[in-house]
Write a protein that binds this ligand. Structure first.
Ligand code: HEC
Length: 481
């Protein structure tokens, strides 16, 4: 299991950590509960209420002024069942059965009057490690790359760095998570490093960035905003306009990447607002596309649990995307996916079938995996594949060109961590041939020094990797030596 603070770091990006460190008080978790209810809580509730019930997006479930009546077992069961949908507390009646809800109510009731206590030593240590990672650049010799490749730091102090996009004039725009900022990385004269300029702040988890017709589009949880002629204005706190498009804005899996297609449309996913739940009759678990002004919104693909990486194949122009597999089926299943949506209207299986071959134990109903699009590659369980790019530069040797690269953020709930790597996916005619490590060393023994989020290519053919754990951007170059 991950320590709580690591999980928190994963969820809220780095800037969130300093906020967590400041008030060194967390509500105490209930005493030694049954493993199952604890797991239920960690899987379904910890994302918003904190791994130790200390609160995060949702309120603490320790001593506080309870919003929905005294924290009796009955009251708690009621609020858990019905949720507070307008305030982003999901209704669990559809996902959990009455026994599970009652167990959770009992578990929370036992914690409800516990006063805030000092953060646990393990959580404090993990938070301190993450804060240190943000401060200190890890030993670059600890990274493993193929022969002739080198890694350096391109930009530092890019808190919670997420998606990247490179403009024609060589400026890299970077989204972020809890930091709420969009950055511009402006290359220095020697082009080996870049200065970091804040383009915008106070945004709602603006993880997604893309460029179309000279404008920078940013995906927030509840809206898409546009900065016109961004290369001219990035340094002067530019104004933005809000696209007239309405998409679901649940907080869970609600962060939105965005990608301009070669034919000038914008593709944007809406994740499932749950670990696993029925989404067929909703607007979630889909990829949408729309025109550059937000008009003409249409569903492009469905059955997509939570994609955080879209890319268009350089020759076929087909949309490829990563998808994060569900949790709570153990360490080794199901696999995360790499998919191809070459045309509109395809169904990728969620919530019925995972990883192309694993029927969901509760939601498969009578559907079989054969009905759905199978992934082009199974990437492994819990690796958390995020950003995806096709390398079309010419600095890397031919064997590395026109291949896919995937940033794997790494597992948060697997007993042995997996992911924490940039993968090289070699292709032959849109079939996957191999999946091997391209950059390893973000995980050193048990120590996390970084979590890859996105990959992008600079005009000189070097490759950038964003890391939201260390809050920096790495650059990979090739000189054959
Ligand atoms: C997507 C985020 C999210 C998830 C996941 C979530 N909650 Fe909540 N929860 C909230 C928010 C936000 C509120 C506050 C609602 C309000 O303002 O009325 C809340 C409120 C509550 C309350 C009432 C607190 C009070 O002060 O009265 C309880 C109890 C609760 N949640 C339990 C749970 C349990 C149990 C789970 C897991 C099965 C869970 N929540 C999962 C966001 C979440």
């Amino acid at each position: 299991m991950h320590t709580p603070a690591l999980r928190i770091a994963a969820l809220f990006g780095l800037s969130g950590l300093s906020a967590l460190l400041a008030p060194l008080t967390l509500a105490q978790a209930a005493d030694a509960p049954a493993a199952t209810v604890q797991q239920l809580y960690q899987t379904h509730c910890a994302a918003c209420h904190g791994t130790a019930m200390q609160g995060a997006v949702g309120p603490t479930l320790g001593a506080h002024t309870w919003l929905h009546g005294a924290p009796t077992r009955a009251n708690l069961a009621k609020v858990i069942t019905q949720g507070v949908p307008e305030k982003n507390m999901p209704a669990w009646g559809a996902t959990l059965n009455a026994t599970q809800i009652d167990q959770l109510a009992e578990y929370i009731a036992a914690n409800a009057s516990k006063p805030a206590v000092a953060v646990t030593p393990a959580a404090a240590a993990a938070a301190a490690a993450a804060a240190k990672a943000q401060q200190n650049i890890p030993d670059l010799n600890g990274f493993k790359l193929p022969k002739g490749f080198h890694i350096s730091v391109y930009a530092d102090k890019v808190a919670a760095a997420r998606s990247m996009v490179v403009s024609e004039s060589g400026i890299v725009y970077v989204g972020s998570r809890k930091a709420g900022k969009v950055y511009a990385l402006v290359p220095r004269a020697d082009k080996q490093q870049a200065d970091v300029i804040t383009v915008a702040e106070g945004l709602e988890n603006p993880i997604g960035v893309t460029l179309l017709n000279g404008a920078l589009y940013v995906g927030e949880i509840s809206r898409v905003i546009r900065f016109d002629q961004i290369d001219k204005h990035y340094a002067s706190k530019p104004a933005y306009s809000v696209l007239k498009v309405k998409l679901p804005n649940d907080k869970w899996h609600g962060e939105k990447v965005i990608k301009a297609s070669p034919d000038g449309k914008l593709y944007i996913p809406v994740g499932a607002p749950c670990n696993v739940c029925e989404t067929e009759e909703t607007q979630s678990a889909r990829i949408y596309r729309m025109n550059a002004d937000g008009s003409g919104l249409e569903e492009y693909a469905r059955g997509v649990r939570n994609t955080v990486g879209l890319a268009f194949h350089p020759t076929t122009q087909a949309l490829w995307f990563t998808d994060n597999g569900r949790d709570e089926m153990g360490d080794n299943t199901p696999s995360c996916e790499l998919n191809i949506a070459a045309k509109p209207g395809l169904h990728f299986g969620f919530p019925y079938c995972h990883g192309g071959v694993v029927p969901d134990p509760n939601f498969s109903h009578d559907r079989s995996c054969e009905e759905f699009e199978a992934p082009v590659a199974k990437l492994g369980p819990h690796v958390a594949p995020l950003g995806l790019t096709f390398y079309t530069g010419s600095q890397f040797p031919p064997a590395y060109r026109n291949q896919a690269y995937i940033a794997e953020h790494g597992s948060w709930n697997r007993s042995t961590k997996s992911g924490y790597s940039v993968r090289l996916i070699t292709l032959y005619n849109s079939k996957v041939v191999t999946d091997t490590a391209f950059v390893d060393g973000f995980l050193r023994g048990d120590e996390v020094v970084g979590r890859p989020v996105d990959v992008a290519t600079l005009a000189d053919g070097s490759m950038l990797i964003s890391d939201d754990y260390g809050g920096r951007i790495y650059r990979v170059t090739y000189d054959g030596k």
